[in-house]
Design a protein around this ligand. Structure first.
Ligand SMILES: [Zn+2]
Length: 268
């Protein structure tokens, strides 16, 4: 990829907002022969330049945490506000996909333009949603909310790889969800790739084993290749749900250990 000299530099943060206990066998198709604890973190991400604010995914609400029995740490919209990013300051919201843990709180960003792969909305409103197994990770109210926002000219649709703004790009992979996309952001250490659920943990893309929730296993495998092709190095890829992200990146002071910087080099 060409790095134009005038490309904006974004600061990039991961904001952890929820967690749950889990075991390894839950996270791999076919289970795991050495079953043991493998807790899951839930994140939203913030990219901030001198004059532009992008939020990547919007997490879920306290009510949803209760319904789905997740350990809610702090509302991500509140974390953003406490960090100096009021919801009405956010210019763009990129939704990597429409699963409940990535698209709740969509109604909290009054000024933002939303960015989504068109295929994801087709999937979330289409024929496959008659199957409980495939609809399980979606919340109907969230999906309907995105449809409503589209009727209000609030959603930009993409068909494949594209540029949202100079320094912020989306890349469609499918796999985990039919219209899943990941995001690359231009930072002071180069392009950092937010994999979101293209690789839930480091281990998925490292071992080429598929995550348990899959629409298309082949596309999921190919998404691991895509991540590695787009990122300058493996250290520039941020998995979507891995607690190791909080361990490897420097914490932002005063955020109760809930926010780390992704535009600094990781410790591993
Ligand atoms: Zn997810």
């Amino acid at each position: 990829m060409s790095d134009l000299p005038n490309l904006p530099i974004y600061e990039l943060f991961a904001i952890r907002y929820a967690a749950r206990d889990a075991v390894r066998s839950e996270h791999f198709i076919g289970g795991d022969p050495h079953d043991g604890p493998m807790p899951m973190d839930y994140f939203v991400w913030l990219a901030r330049s001198d004059d532009h604010i992008v939020v990547i995914d919007t997490g879920f609400t306290a009510a949803m945490a209760k319904k789905r029995k997740r350990n809610f740490l702090k509302c991500p919209v509140q974390s953003l506000a406490d960090f100096g990013i009021a919801a009405d300051m956010v210019d763009d919201v990129i939704l990597t996909h429409l699963h409940y843990d990535h698209s709740g709180n969509f109604d909290r960003f009054p000024r933002a333009q939303f960015h989504l792969q068109e295929q994801e909305l087709h999937y979330a409103t289409g024929r496959y949603m008659r199957y409980p197994h495939l609809q399980h990770a979606f919340e109907l109210d969230d999906v309907c909310g995105v449809v409503r926002m589209n009727y209000s000219q609030r959603v930009c649709f993409y068909d494949g790889d594209d540029e949202v703004r100079p320094g912020v790009r989306v890349h469609r992979t499918g796999g985990h969800s039919a219209g899943l996309q990941f995001v690359s952001v231009h930072t002071k250490r180069g392009w950092v790739v937010l994999a979101s659920d293209s690789s839930h943990y480091y281990e998925h893309m490292e071992s080429y084993r598929p995550f348990s929730i899959a629409f298309h296993v082949g596309e999921m495998m190919a998404s691991f290749d895509r991540l590695k092709k787009v990122a300058p190095s493996p250290q520039h890829i941020i998995p979507g749900h891995d607690p190791l992200v909080m361990a490897r990146y420097p914490a932002v002071a005063g955020t109760d250990g809930l926010i780390v910087r992704l535009d600094e080099a990781p410790s591993a």
